[in-house]
Design a binder for this molecule. Sequence first.
Ligand code: SF4
Length: 211
Amino acid sequence: MRKSERYTLMMRYFQEAMPQAASELHFQNPFQLLVAVMLSAQCTDKRVNMVTPALFEAYPTPASMAAASLEDILALVKSVSYPNSKALHLKQTATILAEKFDGQVPSDIPTLMTLPGVGHKTANVVAAVWFDAPVIAVDTHVFRVSHRMGLSDGRTPDAVEADLEAYIPEEIRPLAHHWLILHGRYVCTARKPACEKCGAAVFCRYFSSKR
Ligand code: SF4
């Protein structure tokens, strides 16, 4: 099967199976989204959603988080992975947002990446989810599923991102990001892909290679 054909079938399948796919993180504004995505690095969305209600209540704005002590922020995020560095990055980022960006989260990826603790993936997620930027953030699920399906053989997240963005039209890239994450989280899991109940099997390279 040609790669372009695989992409066409993939998009057709997910548009029918998951027309409303969205982030599983809980947030109500771009600042909350940025905080949640920063906390989700190397951590589950479920765990992040357990700590953010109290965090957002205590610090609803960048200014309020910037004014908090590091110890107080740490106490609220201590159950996520890497709590010390994440608490520090939250305080530093909140301070920059309050002082340099009038309390607003920037919408463009290069500016987002100047914030402490905000790498390429985090910036892409925030830009795509809140600002509808035509980009696809490649996390561990997107990377694995893209390889298994035969959407990309890229050896790095950047290479996979380039492949995905070469074939997936701009207007559905934010949605495609969620398709691949959710498929990887619940069907095409790292430990054991559930190929027997997978609707993507008809165009999946891994599945066809096993037959
Ligand atoms: S058929 Fe199997 S390997 Fe392919 S996408 Fe589905 S679960 Fe993953």
